[in-house]
Design a binder for this molecule. Structure first.
Ligand code: PEP
Ligand code: MG
Length: 590
């Protein structure tokens, strides 16, 4: 038996056979001259690989068309066109027949040539195609090399998905009903896999180092996403203990629904608990999970899922769906659309450029202000959709008031255009900012005068305050949401919002943490927004606390010596809460 420790990324337990996905890793490209007379055999090798790759892509398109609809298919149709491009195929064949290059080297040479041509073009459409070309080349080379041409689509039975890491466009291909859990070499508690796993209620452990090398396909593993542990070759006693815990998890998740809206304290009042959602994961069930609204709609997944910039119309359709969903939720529910939060770890060929320090670079609102056409298009789509349900618009990564002023100017321009065209929209659509850069938190009072609401993105705020990359497992120990510096900033933001008379909420992963989420509410944050499967647990916790408990809890947290290590301070808060809440462990395990 062997246990491998990683980061607890999405809560819950799962056991099952492993499906190893080697994904986009580097493919070895041998380069040699083919023996004279064997060129035709080499050509046959290429042709077989082209046919197999074509069949794989067609299969993928057919399944995706049925499962997720036309939008997600477009990118793979484009891959198919590249694969079948006669000019590219002819060039590759010539390298084999005339220069006697082996098939792998011939494919690489053709792709390099096309990449250079696309890269020289000014049209962003062609620059984006470089990314597609890379994908097609990788897929074809893997088939030629006969190595793991496995696709996520090949998961045909309940499995634990083991991978190095997964991109959003890869995750679109995954048959969700068969994925019991995720175990990844890289990633972190706030990576793409983490967000998607939490949104889907699938347990996940990330930062496992080399789990892909430690397991074999089909081997059964035990995955504990709550504690960040994967157990291999478990002995009979461990398996039966795990089974008991799994059965308990099932019965807890089937336990009775909340009596009052999630976030209500036992003596009334409390916070509003909303859902974090993103395109690619259906909205169905969000209300039933207990959400009172959509607190964060990560619009960038409209770009990331497809690897393409969506048109205004495509965006409008997506935002209208969210607006209509919010309207159907009733009780004045709203949906907060966050504008494109690209850059940092959310890279996109042809859209973001390579930067030495991407997390400190041209991301989010900075990217939009330097690409005003993209910003205008998105604002138009959001405003148009605001006629169908209550929407709020939110800017990510704001670091100074000038950015807000510049964005406000673009917004008035867009509104003027819509007025001229007679298009209806919500003239009073609230505009807010994410507080995720230390300068915005420290200067929150000034921002409160200019916006309608704050939502603290603790995922980024923690990385910027602690100078610890949120996606780098080597510094995961320094990524401390309970560090006293974070607690001080959170308190500054809550007070600034209160003085400015605006609403403040939290939408980073810490909102769903029972210890921290409760502390944010005690500090005065009015909304906690989290992945839907976490709502009921937080709801149960709040239902067993009173307003007086929250006040006492805040005083307790404030009394902790700031010299105490963050994990100990967190432990002390957890102990305090567990002394107040009957059956604490079971309540937070829901
Ligand atoms: C955050 O930074 O806390 C946040 C909610 O945004 P994201 O995780 O998408 O960066
Ligand atoms: Mg963020």
């Amino acid at each position: 038996m062997r246990t491998v420790n990683g980061l607890p990324t999405a809560r819950g337990l799962a056991s099952g056979p492993v499906f190893i996905y080697r994904g986009d890793g580097e493919v070895p490209i041998p380069e040699y001259v083919v023996e004279e007379g064997l060129e035709k055999d080499e050509l046959l090798r290429l042709k077989r690989a082209l046919a197999d790759t074509k069949r794989d892509l067609e299969n993928l398109i057919a399944v995706l068309r049925e499962r997720t609809g036309e939008e997600d298919v477009r990118v793979f149709e484009c891959h198919l066109m590249i694969l079948e491009d006669l000019v590219l195929v002819k060039e590759t064949e010539d390298y084999i027949l005339k220069d006697r290059l082996n098939a792998e080297a011939a494919v690489r040479k053709t792709a390099d040539h096309a990449r250079a041509q696309f890269g020289r073009m000014n049209d962003p459409y062609f620059r984006e195609r470089v990314r597609d070309l890379d994908d097609v080349e990788r897929r074809l080379l893997k088939v030629i090399a006969g190595i793991g041409s496995e696709m996520l689509l090949d998961i045909k039975a309940p499995s634990i998905l083991v991978a190095d890491d997964l991109s959003p466009s890869e995750m679109v291909q995954m048959p969700r009903e068969y994925v019991l859990g995720f175990a990844t070499n890289g990633g972190s508690t706030t990576s793409h896999v983490a967000l998607i796993a939490r949104a889907m209620g699938i347990p996940a452990v990330s930062g496992l180092g080399n789990i892909t090398e430690l397991v074999s396909p089909g081997e059964t593993v035990l995955l504990d996403g709550t504690n960040g542990v994967v157990t291999l070759q478990a002995d009979a006693a461990t398996v039966s203990e795990f089974e008991i815990q799994l059965a308990r998890q099932r019965s807890l998740s089937e336990s009775e629904a909340l009596k009052a809206p999630a976030g209500t304290l036992k003596d009334g009042g409390g916070v509003s608990v909303c859902a974090n959602v993103h395109p690619g994961v259906p909205l169905d069930g969000t209300k039933e999970a207990g959400a009172r609204g959509i607190g964060l709609y990560r619009s960038e997944y409209l770009w990331l899922n497809r690897g393409l910039e969506p048109t205004e119309e495509e965006q409008f359709i997506a935002y209208r769906e969210v607006a209509e969903y919010a309207a159907a939720m009733g009780n004045g529910a709203s949906a907060t659309i966050r504008v494109l939060d690209i850059g940092g770890d959310k890279v996109m060929h042809g859209i973001t450029v390579k930067e030495d320090n991407p997390f400190l670079g041209n991301r989010s609102i900075r990217y939009l202000l330097s690409n005003p056409e993209t910003m205008r298009k998105q604002m138009r789509a959001i405003l148009r959709a605001s006629a169908y349900g209550k929407l709020r618009m939110m800017y990510p990564m704001v670091s100074c008031v000038e950015e807000l002023d510049a964005a406000a100017e673009i917004l008035s321009d867009v509104k003027r255009d819509l007025d001229e065209c007679g298009i209806s929209y919500d003239r009073d659509m609230p505009v807010g900012i994410m507080i995720e850069v230390p300068s915005a938190a420290i200067n929150a009072g000034a921002f409160a005068k200019k916006v309608d609401f704050f939502s603290v993105g603790t995922n980024d705020l923690v990385q910027y305050v602690m100078a610890a990359d949120r996606a780098n497992e080597a510094v995961a120990h320094l990524y401390q949401p309970a560090n006293p510096a974070i607690l001080k900033l959170m308190s500054i933001v809550a007070k600034a919002a209160e003085c400015g008379g605006i609403e403040a909420g939290v939408c980073g992963a810490s909102a769903a943490d029972p210890v921290l989420g409760t502390l944010w509410a005690a500090m005065g944050f009015k909304t906690l927004s989290m992945s839907a499967p976490y709502i009921r647990g937080i709801g149960k916790l709040f239902a067993s606390l009173s307003r007086a408990d929250l006040d006492e809890y805040r005083r307790f947290a404030e009394s902790i010596d700031p010299g105490m290590p963050a994990d100990k301070a967190y432990g002390a808060c957890r102990e305090w809460l567990s002394s107040r809440v009957d059956d604490f462990e079971n309540v937070i395990a829901v």
